[in-house]
Design a protein around this ligand. Structure first.
Ligand SMILES: Cc1ncc(C[n+]2csc(CCOP(=O)(O)OP(=O)(O)O)c2C)c(N)n1
Length: 624
């Protein structure tokens, strides 16, 4: 059936049986692609029928469908002319793993971060009303994403405004791991109810047709229904805030889904359609381990085993060390915004269930909560991915930094993350954190240094940021020693007189590699591990620059306001004359998807490029 469907027009011609067959084919196809390229598996397998139904009932691109997070849009991409290209999923210049307006006009909005869809859809619905158009607008949001503040803020606005729009709640009881929180408790009550609104809507339609007595009678009946509903469904939250609640409906029954979606088209005002789906549906291994197959690298379809041995990464190094620290200090607690696996906290939760807090996809709240805990005497560790820390910027300033509270903020997935693309690259955190007063900002060169930094962070009782990359150590370089950390003190890892290579975090090992490569050209490079972006070790840096007068900075962050900027400021402030400086950092742009190594090469982070640059510059300087 998949062969026959190349566009939405083809899809719309199919009958229900054909669509069921299509759903099977799509599952198989997604499994083939993701098992080769890696990607978000379980969420996509869970929305096959839902996507077929939405794309059949609505008229895209005139009607607008905003997919929350957007990690579950593979089915939609397959149905909208990108079937063949899906084989390039997440690869450099290939199809993105998230909706992209530049790929298809049926992708009406780019997403990647959680909980944005209701705001955006409401915006589109209000624009439609202002422009006197009559298209439908939908937000498709998971129960996990519904724990995010932005989604709740948007529900609050949408419900009250009475604007016509539909929120499809894709409820699979999972965020990446099991969903948590009060909203989840509410949903679990709703899940167990039989589809309620069928009779409600048909009754309303019939009654509405009766002239004169129609309208008041509808109101009375609705009031009675509402009281009954209050009895059978405790606290009808969605209805109380202004939504019409429909469902729950079986999210794997295309016929039923289409029927309900058609009803939503006819209704005025905001509607919430509650759809129950199973994450990983159709692939038993993923159904049984939906968290493991939420996002995966390439794997063997038969066994489900990931291809390639999994090496220890920074998240694991962090999680292990935190357990050790927590054993010694009972005030240490850990907070995650729905990412306990990704940030390495699974074992911590097992060991210290009472000192572990999964607070939903709510990064701002995570930091606010940590501030309260710190004020009350605890030592909170808050690991959040770099790009998601963007969500907590004000809390870092207002709740933590101004009050100098000892919250330890771990910026995981800092730098280039690769195939998730521009919404997920962690290249901005150094720039946006550097300008906040009172923050101490560090980045370790290896696992040992991370451990030292964590110990140091507990001791200094200040707001601390420690950033580290996706993946593990650079296996080409083994650092011999790791001194104890002193506030604002970097280290010289290799002495030299010809060029100062100043690096931080992940790029320190690259600086060492470059220095080693330069040896055969008889160029002596001094490698400085800055260690602290803030406060910068001015003494060590200044000494080195005054000696070599030729400076290279390397960092896996944006060119604006990072290490390179800090060094340039120092050169000017300290009036160091006749210095040649070149910064290797990411340009002032959003970096698309591709493998980390590919992107590093494109964006001049590759060791060979840096080596060649230094060699050429030396030749020019020496008139060779
Ligand atoms: C702001 C933000 N924080 C964290 C994430 C990481 N993340 C991606 S999907 C996801 C879970 C989403 O759960 P849900 O909305 O229920 O969708 P499902 O995958 O279960 O269909 C999380 C936490 C994100 N994309 N954005």
């Amino acid at each position: 059936m998949l062969e026959k469907v190349n566009s939405l027009e083809d899809l719309k011609k199919l009958n229900i049986e054909d669509k069921k067959a299509l759903a099977k084919d799509i599952r198989k196809y997604i499994l083939e692609i993701v098992s080769k390229n890696g990607g978000h598996l379980a969420s996509n397998l869970g929305v096959v029928e839902l996507t077929i139904a939405i794309d059949s009932v609505f008229n895209l691109p005139e009607d607008k469908v905003v997919w929350d997070v957007g990690h579950q849009t593979y089915v939609h991409k397959i149905l909208t002319g990108r079937k063949e290209k899906m084989k390039t999923l997440r690869q450099l210049n290939g199809i993105a793993g998230f909706p992209k307006t530049n790929e298809s006009e049926t992708d009406c909005f780019n997403t990647g971060h959680s909980s944005t869809s209701i705001s955006v859809a409401l915006g589109m619905a209000r624009a439609r009303d202002v422009e006197n158009k009559d298209n439908s607008v939908l937000a498709v949001i998971g129960d996990g994403a519904l724990t995010g503040g932005m989604a709740l803020e948007a529900l609050n606005d949408a419900g009250y405004s009475g604007t016509k729009m539909t929120v499809i709640l894709n409820d699979n009881e999972m965020s990446i791991s099991k969903n948590i929180g009060g909203i989840n408790m509410l949903l679990s009550k709703l899940r167990t109810k039989r589809t309620y609104t069928k009779s409600n809507i048909s009754l309303k339609r019939i009654i509405n047709k009766i002239p004169v007595v129609g309208k008041p009678f509808v109101k009375i009946v609705q009031r009675i229904k509402r009281s009954i509903k209050q009895l059978i469904i405790p606290k009808m939250f969605f209805e109380d805030i202004g939504f019409r609640y429909l469902g729950p409906v079986d999210g794997h029954n295309i016929e039923e889904l289409e029927r309900m979606l058609k009803i939503t088209k006819e209704l005025d005002g905001p509607v919430l359609l509650h759809v129950l789906t199973k994450k990983g549906k159709g692939y038993k291994i993923a159904e049984e381990n939906p968290d493991k197959y939420h996002a995966t690298g390439p794997f063997d379809i038969e066994t489900g085993k990931t291809i390639g041995a999994k090496k220890k990464d920074y998240s694991k190094a962090f999680g292990d060390k935190l357990i050790n620290l927590a054993k010694e200090n009972k005030n240490i607690v850990a907070i995650t915004a729905s990412m306990k696996d990704g940030t390495g906290l699974r074992e911590f939760q097992k060991e210290f269930p009472n000192r572990f807090f999964d607070i939903g996809i709510a990064e701002g709240h995570a930091v606010g909560l940590a501030a309260g805990m710190a004020k009350a005497g605890l030592i909170p560790f808050v690991p959040i991915y770099s790009s998601f820390y963007q969500r907590a910027y004000d809390q870092v300033i207002h709740d933590v930094a101004i009050q100098k509270l000892p919250v330890i903020m771990l910026v995981d997935r800092a730098g280039i993350v690769g195939q998730d693309g521009e919404t997920h690259q962690g290249t901005f955190d150094m720039a946006f954190f550097r300008l906040i007063p009172n923050l101490v900002i560090m980045a370790p060169k290896d696992f040992r240094e991370l451990e030292e930094m964590m110990e140091f962070a507990v001791k200094i009782k200040k707001p601390v940021v420690i950033r580290y990359p996706r993946g593990g150590e650079n296996s080409n370089i083994k650092f011999q020693k790791c001194e104890k950390i002193d506030l604002g003190k970097g280290e010289i890892l290799n002495k030299g007189k010809d060029v100062s290579i100043i690096a931080i975090g992940k790029t320190v090992s690259r600086a060492m590699e470059v220095a080693n490569m330069l040896k055969k050209d008889k160029i002596e490079a001094e490698v400085v591990n800055a260690r602290f972006l803030k406060p910068l070790d001015k003494e060590i840096v200044k000494k080195s620059i005054e000696k070599t007068k030729f400076v290279i900075t390397i960092e896996d962050g944006t060119i604006i306001n990072g290490l390179g900027t800090a060094i340039k400021e120092l050169i000017i402030d300290e009036n160091i004359k006749d210095v040649k400086i070149k910064s290797f950092a990411y340009p002032d742009e959003f970096i698309k998807h591709g493998k980390v190594e590919e992107l590093e090469e494109i964006y001049h982070q590759d060791k060979n490029l840096i080596y060649n640059y230094i060699k050429t510059e030396r030749k020019i300087k020496n008139n060779e």
